[in-house]
Design a protein. Structure first.
Length: 137
């Protein structure tokens, strides 16, 4: 007997209608274990995340297409951001395409291609980010 069947059998017969059953099924689904998929993005510590974010914001705000900015941490994580182009969107306003590379020793090198648009507060928000794991030399 499953857990759900046991709970239903303990309920009074007048409560065994569809509404009660659907409610129990919903609650049983809420308590089940959640399985997460491994992220395609590299795992970075707080310092590396802070450096990365600051460089992305500066690059998107100030740099011309083709200019590369780099960041790094004492722990060995490093990365670069280069602008690929600027476009104007009727929905999002000014947006910038960029490429980012991240190396986290001893893991593989990562390459991401994204697009970020300026929000009303002046920050750049990433709307799309495609990740590629580079293997080999």
């Amino acid at each position: 007997m499953t857990r759900l069947q046991g709970v239903i059998s303990m309920m009074p017969s007048r409560s065994r209608g569809w509404p009660a059953l659907l409610g129990l099924i919903f609650l049983a689904g809420c308590t089940s274990a959640v399985q997460e998929k491994r992220s395609e993005l590299p795992s970075l510590d707080a310092q590396a995340q802070s450096e990365r974010y600051a460089v992305i914001q500066r690059t998107l705000e100030h740099d011309p297409t083709g200019r590369t900015r780099v960041w790094g941490t004492p722990a060995g994580a490093r990365g670069s951001v280069v602008l690929l182009g600027t476009v104007s969107s009727a929905i999002y306003g000014w947006c910038r395409n960029y490429e980012e590379r991240i190396a986290v020793p001893p893991a593989a090198n990562y390459r991401m291609v994204g697009i970020a648009c300026r929000d009303p507060s002046g920050n750049w928000l990433v709307l799309d980010l495609r990740s590629f794991i580079e293997t080999g030399a």
